[in-house]
Design a protein around this ligand. Structure first.
Ligand code: TXA
Ligand code: MG
Length: 338
């Protein structure tokens, strides 16, 4: 556990960051903060090191990783071609929560891309992440630093809870900001395809480059996702989570479940938290500002495990802007919508 201060990567902080970078160059895995969620990093050019990520997380080997770089120049070693739209997107959104998929070069370790001929890349917008990437001086493959299937970690304590004893160390940079993962956009196709909604919204992307395609599986359960990782259930608390479209139904649902002897949780917002008499009431943020909901979402989902909720009812959010990413994660975590 190396505790660092987010805003100065000098002095003692830099000592810890250097130590973490050294482990990465030696082929080990370390967790580090990004602006979205904590990542679990290894040298993306070292196949043996990358394999350790999959082992530590219990991640299926057909699910490719995102490669994190410190600056755009590093792309030359990783991809064969950068289309104009990708350049435009990088200029506007990097560093930041947008992951861009491009045709890969063979320098990238095969496990990183799970055998695909494309690689996902982003420059994170977090001082500790960027200092670490600079010090390590290699591209760093990193999925979210949670056990596979669990909510992504937004604090070092979450990483510690899931991965203690399984990795070389954790750089603790406090709470992450955005709270949901990066947007994943495939720019290796003639028209970019959105695979995973995230920190950069579809509306923001389209305002810059015009209409994009959206993976059909994001709208319909009948289509298989185009991106391997999107087929897995994710983010699930141990208790059974239901999304409830009509908020007025939540209070009677709580009563019914309590009558059945269950320990009941409710995922709500600061506007509504006073309305519910459940065993565990968690407000993840304010409806007035969906960025606060995104930021608090995973911590809230983890709270239900900590407080041992057996059944959880969640409010839903508007399917636009950041609400799209929030609803995508809630739908993956939930057993059903009612
Ligand atoms: O915000 C984030 O993106 C965080 C931080 C640590 O950067 N990382 C993260 O990584 O969320 P991960 O591994 O949990 O999610 C990566 C997603 C998966 O859904 C994976 O299937 C997809 O990106 N992906 C990666 N490479 C791909 C490729 N070549 N083609 C299609 N999908 C790809
Ligand atoms: Mg993940």
């Amino acid at each position: 556990y190396w505790s660092v201060d987010n805003f100065s990567c000098k002095g003692e902080n830099l000592t810890w960051i250097k130590e973490a970078a050294l482990w990465i160059t030696k082929g080990e895995v370390v967790a580090f903060p990004t602006e979205t969620v904590y990542g679990l990093g290894a040298n993306a050019l070292d196949e043996q090191a990358v394999k350790k990520i999959f082992e530590a997380k219990g991640r299926p080997s057909d699910n490719p990783l995102i490669v994190h770089i410190a600056e755009q120049l590093q792309l030359t070693d990783l991809v064969t071609h950068i289309p104009d739209v990708a350049h435009t997107l990088m200029k506007h959104f990097w560093p930041g929560p947008l992951t861009i998929i491009l045709k890969k070069k063979d320098t990238v370790a095969p496990s990183v891309t799970a055998g695909l001929d494309t690689v996902a890349i982003r420059i994170p917008n977090h001082p500790v992440a960027r200092a670490l990437l600079q010090e390590a001086n290699v591209p760093v493959a990193a999925p979210s630093a949670n056990l596979s299937g669990k909510p992504s970690p937004t604090s070092a304590a979450h990483v510690y809870h899931d991965l203690k004893g399984r990795i070389a160390g954790i750089l603790d940079g406090g709470q992450t900001g955005v709270g949901v993962e990066s947007t994943v956009l495939d720019c290796s196709k003639p028209t970019p395809i959105l695979y995973r909604p995230g920190g950069v919204t579809k509306e923001e992307i389209e305002a810059l480059i015009g209409p994009i395609q959206v993976d059909p599986s994001l709208h319909s359960e009948n289509d298989a996702p185009l991106s391997p990782g999107m087929k897995y259930t994710h983010y699930s608390p141990t208790g059974t989570l239901y999304l409830v479209e009509d908020q007025t139904k939540i209070a009677p649902l709580i009563k019914q479940a309590q009558f059945e002897g269950k320990r009941v949780g409710v995922l709500t917002t600061t506007e509504n938290e006073h309305k519910y008499e459940a065993d565990v009431v968690v407000a993840c943020g304010s409806r007035e500002n969906l960025a606060t909901v995104a930021s608090g979402l995973y911590e809230s989902l983890r709270m239900f495990d900590e407080k041992e909720a057996e059944i959880i009812f969640s409010e839903v959010f508007p399917n636009e802007h950041l609400g799209i990413a929030i609803m995508n994660r809630l739908q993956k975590a939930a057993i059903a919508t009612m």
